[in-house]
Design a protein around this ligand. Structure first.
Ligand SMILES: Cc1cc2nc3c(=O)[nH]c(=O)nc-3n(C[C@H](O)[C@H](O)[C@H](O)COP(=O)(O)OP(=O)(O)OC[C@H]3O[C@@H](n4cnc5c(N)ncnc54)[C@H](O)[C@@H]3O)c2cc1C
Length: 340
């Protein structure tokens, strides 16, 4: 019989992050459908508070790797810790959130333990009594259902696909797992450089994705481009709405060719076939044509709206729920005026 393990690093404040709570929902539901035991494996400076916070999640066992050296993400310590959790629990299916920390170490752990690993998994189910993982291919154009006989099977779950687990807190009995650290861990974390919350415009947890297309940089009805005003309108809206910023390939490419474009846009903002596929409840595209290679990145956006001067742009061809045929400068000026 399978045994399901959640693998979760603990946040700096001792809590479990949203992504890990989502993975806990997935692990708990999978264990429930399989009729298999669930265990929780935690890694961090101190894991007791995190274990207590989800004591009522239905896990039969809790395992922990705790210590100052496990507080920071680092391949050597994380891989050793995850492997120890898997060995101590005897789990056959190990689930973790596809954060950068977990995604980096999980495939290596699978190799060490002679198992297999799947990444980018968006759903888990049970067919004929066996676990099945769903993941998308070819930029979300098709999906596959994967069943694997090999064990242990490690699964990195994409974030935003499951509701965070709301388990009753309590007192959890955490069994310590003993990692085998390689002699002399070489990487040292000496500090973190983070942009301030205001500078950071990619906000995966935001309710709204705001996409700025190349039209913002184009000549307008008066024959002039209005880049400064475009920047002010976009940043003003992002600041007030706390929306996440996305852009199109055209705008990113313009900056790559040394043309004057918005200073705050990077290739990281690009949404689409060769960009990101963010998950937000709503999306608003402005001055963006809505061509297929761009809109394919909107696959997981719940409600899509666009503002474009062109009534026959891509968004009008079934890509958006609502298309406002209007001047985005005028619309956003008015929106900003109306926003508190
Ligand atoms: C292999 C391949 C991969 C690609 N991958 C991606 C990808 O990952 N992401 C991506 O975005 N693209 C991708 N593309 C490019 C894509 O096909 C489009 O060229 C690109 O998305 C166009 O960007 P845009 O809509 O911002 O610019 P444009 O096509 O220049 O459109 C600008 C729009 O702004 C509108 N506009 C102008 N002024 C205003 C105004 N005042 N008010 C309202 N609207 C206004 C215009 O009507 C126009 O529709 C890819 C292409 C290929 C071939």
């Amino acid at each position: 019989m399978d045994k399901v393990l959640l693998i979760a690093p603990v946040e700096c404040d001792g809590s479990l992050g949203k992504a890990s709570l989502e993975a806990l929902t997935a692990a708990r539901d999978l264990a429930g459908q399989l009729g298999a035991p669930l265990c929780v494996g935690l890694v961090g400076a101190d894991v007791q508070a995190a274990a207590d916070s989800v004591a009522g999640c239905g896990a039969a066992e809790f395992y922990g790797v705790a210590g100052a050296e496990y507080a920071q993400p680092r391949y050597a310590t994380d891989a050793a810790a995850f492997a120890a959790l898997c060995k101590a629990s005897g789990a056959t299916v190990a689930v973790g959130a596809a954060t950068s920390r977990v995604s980096r170490a999980l495939p290596g752990v699978a190799a060490r333990l002679g198992g297999v690993c799947d990444t980018g998994v968006t759903a888990l189910s049970v067919q004929d009594g066996k676990p099945v993982a769903t993941r998308w291919y070819y930029r979300q154009r098709m999906y596959a259902e994967i069943a694997r006989p090999a064990r242990p099977w490690f699964v990195a779950l994409s974030t935003g696909c499951f509701a965070p687990c709301e388990a009753a807190p309590g007192k959890a009995q955490v069994a310590a797992a003993a990692p085998e650290l390689p002699a002399g861990v070489r990487s040292k974390v000496t500090g973190m450089i983070c942009p301030s919350a205001e500078e950071q415009t990619i906000r995966p947890d935001a309710a709204l994705l705001f996409v700025a297309g190349a039209g913002w940089t184009k000549k307008q009805a008066d024959g002039q481009a209005h880049l400064t005003e475009a920047e002010q309108l976009i940043l003003g809206f992002l600041g007030k709405a706390q929306a996440s910023l996305g852009t199109s390939k055209s705008l990113v490419d313009l900056s790559g060719e040394g043309q004057q474009v918005m200073s705050f846009l990077t290739h990281m903002h690009q949404v689409g076939q060769t960009g990101a596929t963010p998950r937000h409840a709503k999306g608003l595209a402005t001055c963006c044509h809505g061509e297929e290679p761009h809109t394919v990145g909107w696959r997981f956006i719940g409600e899509r709206r666009a503002v474009n001067l062109d009534a026959s742009c891509g968004w009008a061809q079934g890509k958006a729920d609502v298309l406002y045929v209007a001047d985005a400068f005028e619309v956003m000026r008015k929106v900003l005026e109306l926003m508190p």
